[in-house]
Design a protein around this ligand. Structure first.
Ligand SMILES: *Cc1c(COP(=O)(O)O)cnc(C)c1O
Length: 378
């Protein structure tokens, strides 16, 4: 039995029928840009996440750039970025003309190493810093990181592309950030039927700037207060996301149940699983196995492959070692924990509405490989 790494086709009963009706209505009104669906999505996100302002945009990468621009990051400013993250986090800094400085990772939670982060702030006096909340939780040092930035006049942007639905002390992570972003890329927890993103903040001035920049810097239809670009979310996407948001809790519950099963069973088979730090309730975005022995990792991957079970390595390389980073990288602060993490991480299938027999199959394949193969001496 094969199990995909991700399956986006598992809609709730009647989801597609309801979507169809909503889309027909939207097409009949020809409200393709902005309008009711976009307004509804933004206000629903505000209510759902407890933030004052949610501004939708074209994708999660634009969301980061919009936030950096709104924070006043200018060409030649220094911006700290995790060395272990998705490439878009790094790209956003370069695309606003600023200089990225990579910060090493904390191997325990995949966030930034707070000592390296703190050292970079005192040494380099950056204008801003980005942290990325990967895998479905955030750094155990989240509160200290926020305070460190606030105390040193560094604007902290939180890349929350992977943490929709993640709770810290029973509140959404986005709620207490200065400014944060998410992505509606289809594979994310709240995924669209295409690209989309959003910026969240409780600061009205930042929200106004983001809104303006995402719509050509407009102050009126033919009046322009700044040079922005077109980063609007399509109304069609908003309609799909509004309907998805209705079902988000049941999707997250399903993801959490699968996560829990992995966390119960894998350690008994000798597989180390990265857990969210205390006080976080994860959204079940990603299963994270850490396999320190390279030979064991290769072997495990070959077994999964031969049994048609999907897996991934999120992420297989750090930012500072990407060819595309070399012309722009200003500095790297800290050690090699991020690189170690990228060599040892292995992700098993995880998505909403995984079936029990799929999870059993994955666990059984790993268990059988342990018993049957002489190579497996761990
Ligand atoms: C997906 C992702 C992004 C980019 O989002 P897009 O919508 O694909 O542009 C940025 N940062 C992180 C951490 C992501 O996972």
């Amino acid at each position: 039995m094969s199990v995909p790494f991700i399956d986006l086709k598992r809609f709730e009963p009647n989801f597609l029928e309801e979507l169809n009706e909503n889309l027909i209505q939207l097409f009949k009104n020809s409200q393709f840009i902005g309008g009711e669906e976009v307004e509804k999505l933004e206000s629903s996100l505000e209510g759902h996440l407890g933030v004052t302002h949610a501004i939708t945009c074209a994708n999660g990468t634009d969301a980061l750039q919009l936030a950096l621009r709104a924070l006043g990051v200018k060409p030649n400013d220094i911006v700290l970025v995790p060395n272990f993250t998705f490439w878009a986090t790094f790209e956003a800094i370069v695309n606003v003309g600023a200089h990225p400085v990579t910060i090493d990772a904390d191997i325990s939670d995949a966030g930034v190493d707070i000592n390296a982060f703190s050292e970079a702030i005192s040494q380099l006096k950056p204008k801003a810093a980005i942290v990325a909340h990967l895998f479905g939780w955030a750094s155990s040092k989240l509160v200290s990181l926020r305070k460190l930035c606030a105390d040193n006049n560094v604007s902290l942007l939180e890349d929350g592309a992977q943490c929709f639905g993640t709770m810290y002390k029973k509140e959404s992570i986005y709620k207490n950030a200065l400014i944060s972003t998410t992505s509606f890329y289809p594979a994310k927890v709240l995924g669209g039927a295409g690209d989309g993103g959003a910026v969240f903040t409780n600061d009205a001035e930042l929200a106004d700037k983001v809104k303006q920049l995402a719509n050509h810097g407009r102050t009126s239809h033919y009046g322009y207060g700044s040079v922005g670009w077109n980063s609007r979310l399509d109304s069609i996407q908003a309609a799909f996301l509004n309907l998805s948001l209705k079902h988000i809790q049941s999707r997250i519950n399903s993801r959490r149940a699968s996560t829990k099963l992995y966390q119960d069973k894998l350690p008994k088979l000798g597989i180390q699983v990265m857990l969210p730090p205390p006080d976080f309730e994860e959204n079940g975005y990603c299963n994270v196995c850490i396999v320190n022995d390279a030979e064991k990792k290769t072997y495990l991957e070959s077994i999964l492959k031969s049994k048609n079970i999907g897996y991934a390595n999120i992420y297989p390389g750090v930012m500072s070692e990407q060819t595309g980073a070399l012309p722009y990288l200003k500095n790297h602060i800290g050690g090699n924990a991020g690189k170690n993490l990228s060599c040892t991480v292995l992700n098993l299938p995880l998505f909403a509405y995984m079936k029990e027999n799929e999870l059993d199959e994955i666990i059984n394949v790993i268990e059988r490989s342990l018993h049957n193969d002489q190579q497996w001496t761990y």
